[in-house]
Write a protein that binds this ligand. Structure first.
Ligand SMILES: [Zn+2]
Length: 270
């Protein structure tokens, strides 16, 4: 473990789906030079270090949709790939109630080193992947997969899933409609547990809005996806609903997804 591990992984590079999945907070890995970041093993398993369950759902969605996936392999406590370089929590010194003392007072050189080593390669990989799709004339819908803690600073969060949109709301609205149609009564959070204006959607803005492609950020409450059954159920539901949302979008914007979509593939999971 340590120096040899790439900061970013691309899964199913040959995937044929219109969906490109990204998972910014896939890993709680702390690369070797950073030791344990001064945290206990228990703290490094907590949501402050990563999004528990998010990579499992992402990888299952890869199989169900034949999607490409790009994910980070580094804890957001080392550097948060879903933040701008200017964000105060790009390299957090406190997360919820856990202080990350070793991140306090970093030199500009160390800060830049982390950007160059982990943040840039992750986003360069996403950019290269979407550039290649563009060059091939392929449609792309960007889906960022996250999980959130059921209780944050003592406040319970009621939504099993939240959707967050960037400038372009249309795909996210279609996905919300699809989720509610799939399971009437499902409490789908809209811009919950937080919204783009909270500065937590760099990936969505940079790769979605700036390129003018549809995008959505999914936040699944992580108690729903800590066990294989929950991962399977949420992945199947999301595969159905992402496909349905894409179909609704296609109708709305008058283009045909027939050459892109892989409807029915999710049936394999049942
Ligand atoms: Zn996240």
């Amino acid at each position: 473990m340590g120096h040899g591990i790439a900061p970013v992984q691309t899964i199913n590079a040959a995937g044929r789906s219109p969906f490109v999945l990204v998972c910014d907070h896939a890993s709680n890995r702390v690369p070797e030079p950073y030791g344990d970041l001064g945290l206990t093993p228990g703290q490094r398993l907590m949501h402050v270090a990563w999004d528990p369950g998010a990579l499992n759902v992402s990888r299952t969605l890869v199989d169900l949709l034949d999607a490409q996936l790009v994910h980070s392999t580094v804890s957001r406590l080392v550097i948060d790939c879903n933040r701008t370089y200017q964000a105060p929590d790009l390299i957090p010194v406190i997360s919820e109630r856990i202080a990350i003392a070793v991140n306090h007072g970093l030199s500009p050189a160390e800060r830049q080193h982390r950007i160059d080593s982990f943040h840039l390669p992750f986003h360069d990989a996403i950019t290269a992947l979407i550039d290649a799709r563009d060059a091939a004339g392929r449609e792309t819908v960007l889906v960022a997969v996250h999980s959130f803690t059921p209780v944050y600073l003592d406040v319970p969060r009621p939504w099993p899933i939240g959707l967050i949109h960037g400038r372009d709301q249309a795909f996210t609205r279609a996905l919300s409609d699809a989720l509610i149609a799939d399971e009437p009564g499902l409490n789908v959070g809209w811009n919950e547990p937080y919204a783009a204006l909270n500065g937590v959607t760099y990936t969505l803005e940079h790769h979605g809005d700036e390129r003018g492609i549809p995008s959505s950020m999914l936040e699944i409450r992580h108690d729903e996806i800590l066990e294989p059954e929950g991962v399977a159920a949420w992945s199947a539901r999301l595969a159905r609903c992402l496909t349905a949302a894409l179909g609704a979008q296609a109708k709305a914007t008058d283009f045909t997804p027939a050459s892109h979509g892989v409807p029915g593939q999710h049936e394999r999971a049942r």
